[in-house]
Design a binder for this molecule. Structure first.
Ligand SMILES: [Ca+2]
Length: 392
């Protein structure tokens, strides 16, 4: 006991000394926020814009260089200025089921945000019997960036069946103006094939949360009409391909089997009947029949060792020609940024970046300035800017 006390005291003195040292060396502290990394396409500079975000999950860029909105999984939404100042929690956000993987999750600005100021949030919402489901709501961001006004829920995943896992919850507005939401199967595997439930589905909604009349299952009384595609496990990335106009999705497999899919209306993506993965116990998935089955869509890319992928964006900026049309994906377990080169709809090359940072990467977004922006999944999480040296 005494030894432990002494050790803590020694550590305390060392920490205090380090703090004093740091406070007298502001220039050193500033430079330590930037690191440089050799990559296949040249040197990449990573700048820490801010740290101190609690389990940040998703970010959205405000127009006119007004900074970003960042969700924190415990249930807060914050503004981060371009200079890296974190605002106070924005009021008016929904109560969230902040357990396990649940909480405040994705964010998307309305396509007409510049005049409507409407912000969409995806979150896990508590229900009866200690179970939760993904929900989508929207509110109007006040001019001073302090309040989300008149927040209303426009969609609820039914039935609520998650104990705290597999919420999915990535959102993306399509070129058709509709909102696409990728929903996890709440670890209720067979539900992903049940069309009378929202588990393991991508749903397509109007901006008001209504069912668009041309959704693929409209008119069938045994199917939830919001469903656009099914047979998904736990989607964690959703992005529109800038050239083909198709919706790309990625999702966590079990042990092995993280995969990327191209989403087509009414299609079945296999889970849990078709999968490349096995259970974490090493045993097969009970419902799995094959890696591929007739009538089901195969993934366009599969990782045999799951990096635990999260966040996805196509690089469309002009600033880094070496990254043109590449697909970027974050990795939680592998603590790296994954760069994928595409030829048509095929992934032809993969590069792992930023391993030296050792950060669990939760979200990846392409910024309006041609840089990539990352969020790290930590209690003291960071917002990072990633730039490819323009001389490359
Ligand atoms: Ca699949």
């Amino acid at each position: 006991m005494m030894n432990r006390l002494l050790r803590w005291r020694t550590l305390g003195v060392a920490c205090t000394a380090a703090l004093v040292l740091a406070s007298t060396l502001p220039a050193e502290a500033a430079s330590s926020r930037t690191t440089r990394h050799a990559t296949e396409k040249g040197t990449v500079t990573v700048t820490e814009i801010v740290r101190g975000l609690k389990r940040p999950w998703a970010l959205a860029f405000l127009p006119d260089g007004a900074g970003m909105l960042v969700t924190e999984r415990p249930g807060r939404l914050r503004h981060v200025s371009p200079q890296g100042e974190i605002g106070p929690p924005i009021t008016g956000t929904p109560a969230v089921f902040a357990r396990g993987q649940g909480g405040l999750l994705d964010i998307a600005l309305a396509p007409d945000f510049a005049h409507s100021r409407v912000v969409y949030l995806a979150f896990s919402e508590a229900g009866p019997n200690e179970l939760a489901g993904t929900a989508i709501g929207r509110g109007r961001l006040s001019a001073d960036l302090r309040h989300l006004e008149n927040f209303e829920v426009i969609f609820r995943q039914e039935p609520k069946r998650s104990t705290g896992v597999h919420f999915g919850a990535r959102m993306a507005f399509g070129p058709d103006g509709h909102l696409y939401v990728a929903l996890g199967e709440n670890n209720q595997r067979p539900f992903a094939q049940d069309l009378d439930k929202h588990q393991g589905k991508i749903v397509r909604l109007t901006p008001d949360g209504e069912v668009p009349p041309d959704n693929p299952f409209v008119g069938r009384s045994d199917v939830r009409p919001e469903i656009w595609s099914y047979g998904h496990r736990n989607p964690q990335g959703l992005a529109w391909h800038p050239q083909t106009g198709e919706l790309w999705e990625h999702e966590h497999g079990p042990r092995g089997g993280d995969e990327i899919n191209i989403i087509r209306a009414g299609s079945n993506y296999g889970w849990p009947r078709a999968t490349h993965g096995i259970n974490y116990t090493g045993l097969p998935i009970p419902e799995a029949e094959a890696r591929s089955l007739p009538g089901m869509e195969d993934p366009v890319y599969v990782w045999s060792q799951s990096p635990a992928i999260s966040g996805m964006t196509f690089y469309t900026g002009e600033r880094a020609p070496g990254w043109k049309s590449n697909l970027f994906v974050g990795a939680l377990k592998n603590r790296e940024l994954i760069r994928l080169e595409l030829h048509g709809n095929r992934v032809v090359h993969e590069e792992r970046l930023l391993k030296a940072l050792g950060e669990r990467i939760r979200d990846v977004r392409a910024g309006p300035d041609g840089a990539l922006y990352l969020l790290t999944d930590e209690n003291d999480g960071a917002l990072l800017r990633v730039e490819l040296d323009p001389s490359n």
